[in-house]
Write a protein that binds this ligand. Structure first.
Ligand SMILES: *Cc1c(COP(=O)(O)O)cnc(C)c1O
Length: 712
């Protein structure tokens, strides 16, 4: 951590004897000293090197500009000024929150100054570190011996075994020392929300603009179940986004509730649209209640915000219109919305509480911020019963939570605070926009095809771009105005094959082939649709990664245009079935898959598959109970029509359930089945292109089966 910058100018400053002495004292105290050549160099250094913990400069030479520039990068960074001559304090400086210390030039003072610098450094670290993490680190540093769990005892047990030692050496000592049991009173308890754990949750709530926040160490899958199980008692009706994550289906299998659904749209590219405004109105909800056996007016509603393709809602409209006590925004994909003003009014925690309503936002901290896998947060705004809520929390939480996950969740919050946090998010947005423009430039310079970006014509303003009913780029029909917005960070690239009017062209390049190519190059795509690929510009994406992706895309184009053999171009794919791919060229492969997609009339199928929902026969809970009782049988996929599905059927991608347990695919909802059959047929034809479909079982003979309830 301890890098100290001394701002040099014209070669004069650092030659001075006092600085030379200070340099020696700082090194003795364990600091690494660096010398930026000028102010610009210093700013770059601070930006690129978060381990810089102090800056020394000459007050007579630099003051106001330097301080305000550094302030914008990190307002907590300790600054030290050598003040020699008259030295006045500029009045506008007092407006800045600064951590500024003055020293006089003098000889033989260096050790004293280094001591003071060291104190300020420690205070600085103390200030930027969040409470639980600090307590945990302190606990580890004290190195207590314990005689409780975990059984590895700070890593000791691993080192008594050859395999264990290899494991230990890989992770290093602190991973084990910091893996401590819940019985350390000084660290409090996650389950009781006491001690440093409580402080961590309060710190997170302040950071994320929530009334209360909860740290969940088992992903948003668990956060969603906690929220759902608290908010919807048995026998009640829940209003669920049909484009929901499977954890919400699981919640409905666990809890005896009756679902009714928000019906989102889907565009011709197969991109998930939003829920239209009308779906939030009382009239439409009443109609759904009337059409569903045993349904009553719902008290709890859950909306996926943002959608899987990066569309955010006008949440203020939803909060004002939707007449349920509990409104849950599943924001697994957007834990950063509180840290840039472009997201204002588009997320669960923005705006004020509303009397009689409770707003939740669940976020996968690990997905887009920096935290260990499974790190998740629940944020709440409004009045709720904390004790009952905590029962639901504990019902889903291990009595031995991983403190590393807790600390990383809290550290993710610490990283978002202040100007350093704002800058991280702003940089991600800027980087994504630059990438978008770069693709557009390459496209305009290309003599033939190139990748396109799913975005408005004009992206010159940094904002979440509105899906305007007057525009056609988004490919949605009859969209509401001021309702949905595209997050710049979520970049969807389009491959040739389909246009925004749902027309399929003669030739095409299915996105799955591009995804396979990128995978060969070590680039993993977040999500692959039929002719679209999604890339996330999270804070971990730096310039070199963005450049690598651009390179890979242009290389793909070159290889594709040269019509290389599958063997050369996609060796891993070739190896999945060498005899099948022998001699095949990439254009033939692309066209083959494209032709299958055309045969099934994918655009129409997509619309229809999501337009008419299968019919609810029994609740997901009841269907699951039937499965447990053994009242299910496996039938060929083609026989799904007029049978009640026992499982949820969920193709990945996009990872949203198509059929829920207890639902029957009827003649009207048959496109659902056609869609599944298309996915299966592509997989059956082309080794390596099998779609992973939860709830559909591949048999040895190449056929597919599903589980349905037995007919009495
Ligand atoms: C990923 C995801 C979840 C589950 O989050 P985990 O942290 O992986 O458990 C929930 N909802 C949505 C919308 C998701 O995309």
């Amino acid at each position: 951590m301890n890098i100290f910058a001394i701002l040099n100018h014209s070669g004069v400053f650092f030659k001075e004897e006092p600085v030379r002495e200070l340099h020696a004292s700082l090194e003795k105290a364990g600091y690494k000293v660096v010398y930026p050549v000028d102010a610009q160099d210093l700013y770059k250094m601070i930006e690129m090197n978060p381990r810089i913990c102090g800056v020394l400069f000459d007050w007579d030479k630099y003051s106001l500009d330097l301080c305000s520039e550094i302030n914008a990068l990190n307002e907590k960074l300790p600054l030290y000024a050598f003040a020699n001559q008259h030295s006045t304090l500029d009045i506008s400086l007092t407006d800045l929150r600064l951590n500024l210390h003055f020293f006089e030039y003098a000889l033989d003072m260096a050790d004293d100054i280094a001591l003071k610098i060291n104190q300020a450094t420690e205070e600085y670290k103390d200030q930027i570190m969040p409470p639980f993490t600090k307590a945990l680190f302190k606990y580890v540093e004290e190195g207590k011996y314990t005689f409780c769990t975990p059984g590895h005892m700070g890593g000791t047990a691993f080192q008594k075994s050859p395999a264990g030692s290899i494991f230990y050496d890989f992770y290093g000592p602190n991973a084990f020392k910091a893996d401590v049991s819940i019985s350390m009173p000084e660290l409090g308890s996650l389950l009781d929300h006491s001690g440093p754990h409580k402080e961590a949750e309060e710190y997170i709530a302040r950071t994320f603009n929530a009334d209360s926040s909860y740290i969940v160490t088992n992903g948003t899958s668990t956060s969603n179940k906690i929220v759902g199980m608290y908010s919807a008692p048995a026998g009640s009706t829940v209003l669920v986004d049909r484009n929901c994550h499977k954890s919400l289906t699981h919640m409905m299998m666990m809890s005896d509730v009756t679902p009714i659904y928000f019906r989102p749209t889907r565009n011709a590219y197969g991109i998930l649209g939003g829920i239209p405004q009308s779906e939030f109105t009382r009239e439409v909800i009443e109609q759904k209640v009337a059409a569903t056996p045993n349904a009553t007016m719902p008290g709890y509603a859950v909306i996926t915000n943002s959608t899987y393709d990066g569309l955010l809602y006008n949440t203020q409209y939803i909060k004002e219109t939707l007449d349920t006590k509990y409104i849950h925004f599943d924001s697994a994909w957007v834990p950063y919305t509180n840290f840039n003003k472009i997201y204002e009014g588009k997320c669960g925690m923005s705006g004020e509480a509303m009397p009689g309503k409770v707003f939740y936002e669940t976020q996968s901290t690990h997905k887009l911020l920096a935290a260990f896998s499974q790190a998740s947060m629940i944020h709440v705004k409004g009045e709720f019963d904390k004790e009952s809520f905590n029962e639901a929390f504990m019902m889903h939480t291990s009595t031995s939570p991983q403190y590393g996950i807790v600390a990383s969740t809290e550290t993710a919050a610490a990283m978002m605070r202040g100007n350093t946090g704002k800058k991280l998010i702003q940089d991600s947005i800027d980087r994504a926009i630059r990438f978008r423009k770069e693709i557009k430039r390459l496209q305009s310079e290309s003599d033939s095809w190139f990748f396109d970006v799913w975005q408005p014509e004009n992206i010159d303003t940094t904002e979440c771009w509105k899906l305007d009913p007057k525009d056609s780029w988004h490919g949605f029909k009859d969209i509401d105005d001021d309702h949905m917005y595209l997050d710049p960070i979520k970049v969807t690239l389009l491959t040739p094959g389909m246009n925004e009017n749902s027309e399929m062209s003669e030739t095409g390049i299915p996105a799955s082939i591009v995804a396979k190519y990128l995978d060969e190059r070590g680039i993993v795509v977040e999500k692959t649709g039929p002719y679209n690929l999604l890339f996330l510009f999270s804070i971990g994406i730096d310039k070199s990664k963005a450049m690598q992706l651009l390179r890979a895309l242009t290389d793909f184009k070159r290889g594709f245009d040269l019509n290389l053999t599958v063997k050369n171009f996609l060796p891993s794919l070739y190896n999945e079935d060498p005899s099948f791919y022998e001699g095949m060229r990439v254009q033939e492969l692309a066209q083959g898959i494209h032709d299958l997609t055309r045969k099934y009339r994918l655009p129409e199928l997509m619309f229809k598959a999501f337009d008419v929902l299968p019919e609810l026969k029994v609740t997901p809970h009841a269907a699951w109970q039937e499965e447990l009782r053994g009242n299910v049988e496996e039938v060929p996929l083609a026989d799904l029509v007029d049978r009640v599905s026992a499982n949820m059927i969920l193709p990945y991608p996009p990872g949203v359930p198509l059929v829920l347990p207890g639902e029957m695919v009827t003649a009207e909802s048959r496109p659902v089945l056609d869609f599944l059959e298309m996915l299966c047929e592509i997989g059956a034809h082309y080794p390596g292109f099998e779609t992973d479909i939860h709830g559909v079982y591949a048999q040895k003979d190449g056929s597919y089966t599903v589980k349905v309830l037995k007919q009495n």
